[in-house]
Design a binder for this molecule. Structure first.
Ligand SMILES: CC(C)(COP(=O)(O)OP(=O)(O)OC[C@H]1O[C@@H](n2cnc3c(N)ncnc32)[C@H](O)[C@@H]1OP(=O)(O)O)[C@@H](O)C(=O)NCCC(=O)NCCS
Length: 136
């Protein structure tokens, strides 16, 4: 898996190809510093046709290693209440549930009404974080 890193105005965009033989992007992660020692992951996505093959796991692992090496202490990520797959994906990567922001996906905030995923109405944001252990 090859990594391409480019610097965005407000953070870092990581883009990965599935192998060294191709430039085709298989997955991306956008990491944005949000507060002291904390980075938020946004736009974590793997090409739909390549999902479920371990690419997301490997990509997230690489990004988390890179972020940790840069001295960041905590990584934050939010996903919708209905995103069962994403809730599994992040917890398997070491994230823990942090808090729920109710009615995050509301028309008042610009989201369409009655969005669904897995047959569940998309309403609340589930925030998770991963705190890197400090050396003792
Ligand atoms: C979420 C996403 C990035 C995962 O990438 P992926 O390449 O499909 O995931 P992987 O194949 O690497 O799976 C990693 C682990 O998560 C688990 N997982 C991934 N999707 C899952 C699902 N829908 N349901 C249950 N578990 C799931 C896998 O079982 C695997 O577990 P394992 O380590 O025990 O084998 C990808 O599905 C995606 O791009 N989804 C659409 C965009 C999105 O929702 N992004 C998140 C925004 S918050």
């Amino acid at each position: 898996m090859e990594q391409v890193r480019s610097y965005m105005q407000s953070g870092e965009l990581y883009a990965y190809s599935a192998s060294a033989d191709t430039d085709q992007v298989a997955g991306v992660v956008l990491a944005i510093p949000v507060e002291q020692d904390t980075v938020e992951l946004k736009a974590v996505a793997v090409d739909r046709q390549l999902q479920g093959r371990g690419i997301g796991k490997l990509m997230l692992q690489r990004v988390l290693e890179d972020i940790r090496a840069s001295g960041v202490k905590r990584v934050l990520v939010g996903t919708a209440n209905a995103g069962i797959g994403q809730l599994a994906f992040y917890q398997k990567a070491g994230f823990r549930l942090l808090r729920i922001e109710r009615d995050f996906f509301s028309p008042e905030r610009g989201y369409p009404e009655n969005m669904e995923d897995n047959g569940i109405r998309l309403r609340d944001m589930v925030w998770m974080d991963l705190v890197y252990p400090t050396a003792t």
